[in-house]
Every structure is written in structure tokens, then in C-alpha cells.
Write a protein that binds this ligand. Structure first.
Ligand code: GLP
Length: 261
């Protein structure tokens, strides 16, 4: 794992967008795993502004609420159209989200896994982190080998996401279809982005704490190509922050990103 501490949110977002843009330019038919949440909105805005082509790119989102149709303004399908898909040259047929409206969620989950496999697997997976330690919607005690399935959302998650539902926690769906922790670990590269003081505690547990199903995000410790991009506030709880800064300063591969570090 590489922890990449940035001075502020803007630069953490810019660095994340730059990594994605670089991968897309190097491999236009990239299979890109996408995430939602407030943290990602500015990443998508920067990708749109970069003008990079998504024409040959295939995308798979981490998760979708159960019971929200794709045209519901709070669905992640709407979120993706609003923040990215409607503003780039991506082929809508190549964009995939789990089908939260399926009458058989188990079958829909298996179909999602099959679609990822048929696409050749995910090259780069973007991740946020929830205050309950989730990646995707893998709430505490999600098996570290879990695959796409439906999960009950914790009260912490429903509270955290209530802002998008007019502040009404009860309006947040109770379930979601999400890639499993195992599905996420099968991707070829992970980039987790976190910003803000509210994430400092859970980031420290995910990065430096024990590997545990209580904090699904701690599973990133098992991945062989994982970057954790943080602003100063989200990095504030890390004990070995000086070491992570030392590594970044000395890694030549970050030389073309010094403006952001
Ligand atoms: C939702 C998504 C997660 C994401 C989280 C972060 O819960 N399902 O994948 O990590 O939001 O949200 P935010 O960026 O708004 O803090």
C-alpha cells in the first residue's frame, strides 16, 4: 500500500483525477471501477474538464441502492449521469451498475459478477470510505472474500448519506447491492480517496489497524497495488505519516505530481 498525503482537499482530488486520466490515456479501453459519494463529485468534475476520452472505456460502479429506479434522482445511476456520463463521450452501453430494482437480487448480483468477468476484470477501481469503514457498501462484518450481493445499510451509513435525501435518514434505502470485498480485491489497482476530519479515525483504522471484517476498508492491506490519497485532515490520525511522506518524497514516479504533494 502507498499512502499519498496531499496538503489539502483540492490537491488530493486533483491527484486522484490525474491518476485516472493517466491510466485512461495509456489504455483507452480501460475497465474502470467507479465510486459515488460527495468526495468523488470533484474528481469527476476534473476528469470532465481534462477532456480525456472515455469512448472506449468500460465502467462498473461499486454499488446501487435497492428499490431506487435508475431515473430516481438519488440513485447512483442518476449520480453517475449527472456527474460524469452526461458530460463525456462514454458509450452508455459500456456503463454498468448493479440492478437495484431486480426482483431476484441474488441473480442480479451473479449477473454483475459475470459482466465484470466478461469485460476481463477491472483495471482500476476508485474507492471512497464510509464512516463505518465500508468500501462500496460492505458494512462491518462483510466477509473479506464476499462477492456482489445485497447488504443492509448500517444506521451510521444511512445518517452519513441522509444529506442526499433531504437530510431525512429514514428516506435512505435500507439495502444496497454492492460489489463484495473479494470482488474489490480482484481488481488490478485500487485508488482510495478520503478527505476531511470526519474520515481521519476510520482512515487510520483501515490503513494502520488490524485486518478485520469489522472495518471492510482494512482489506485494502491485502491488495498488491493500492494507493490511498488523503488530504491533511483525513491523514491526521495516522501514526506513521512522516514515513509515508518520506516514501512519497523519494519515489521518482511521483516527480510529475510534485505540484500536488
Ligand atoms: C457511499 C458509497 C461509498 C462511498 C461513501 C463515501 O456510502 N456507497 O462507496 O465510499 O459513500 O461518501 P462520501 O464521499 O460522501 O463521504
Amino acid at each position: 500500500m502507498e499512502v499519498i498525503p496531499c496538503p489539502d482537499r483540492d490537491r488530493a482530488v486533483a491527484l486522484t483525477a490525474r491518476i485516472i486520466e493517466t491510466r485512461l490515456r495509456a489504455k483507452p479501453d480501460l475497465v474502470l471501477g467507479l465510486a459515488t459519494g460527495r468526495t468523488m463529485e470533484e474528481v469527476y468534475a476534473r476528469l470532465v474538464a481534462s477532456g480525456v476520452s472515455f469512448a472506449r472505456c468500460t465502467t462498473f460502479n461499486l454499488d446501487e441502492y435497492v428499490g431506487l429506479p435508475p431515473d430516481d434522482p438519488n440513485s447512483y445511476a442518476s449520480y453517475m449521469r449527472h456527474h460524469l456520463f452526461d458530460h463525456v463521450d462514454i458509450d452508455p452501453a459500456r456503463t454498468h451498475l448493479p440492478d437495484g430494482m431486480a426482483s431476484d437480487l441474488t441473480a442480479a448480483a451473479a449477473d454483475y459478477e459475470a459482466r465484470i468477468t466478461a469485460a476481463g476484470g477491472i483495471d482500476l477501481q476508485l474507492l471512497g470510505i464510509g464512516e463505518a469503514g465500508h468500501i462500496g457498501f460492505n458494512e462491518p462484518l462483510s466477509a473479506l472474500r464476499s462477492r456482489t450481493r445485497d447488504k443492509i445499510l448500517t444506521p451510521t451509513t444511512r445518517r452519513q448519506n441522509a444529506g442526499m435525501f433531504g437530510g431525512n435518514e429514514e428516506a435512505v434505502p435500507k439495502r444496497a447491492l454492492t460489489m463484495g470485498v473479494g470482488t474489490i480485491l480482484d481488481t488490478r489497482e485500487l485508488v482510495l480517496l478520503a478527505s476531511g476530519a470526519a474520515k481521519a479515525g476510520i482512515v487510520a483504522r483501515a490503513v494502520e489497524g488490524p485486518l478485520t471484517a469489522r472495518v471492510s476498508a482494512s482489506a485494502i492491506q491485502l491488495h498488491t497495488s493500492c494507493k490511498v490519497v488523503l488530504d491533511a485532515e483525513a491523514a491526521a490520525g495516522l501514526e506513521d505519516i512522516d514515513y509515508y511522506r518520506f516514501v512519497c518524497r523519494n519515489e521518482e514516479k511521483w516527480d510529475n505530481c510534485r505540484d500536488l504533494l
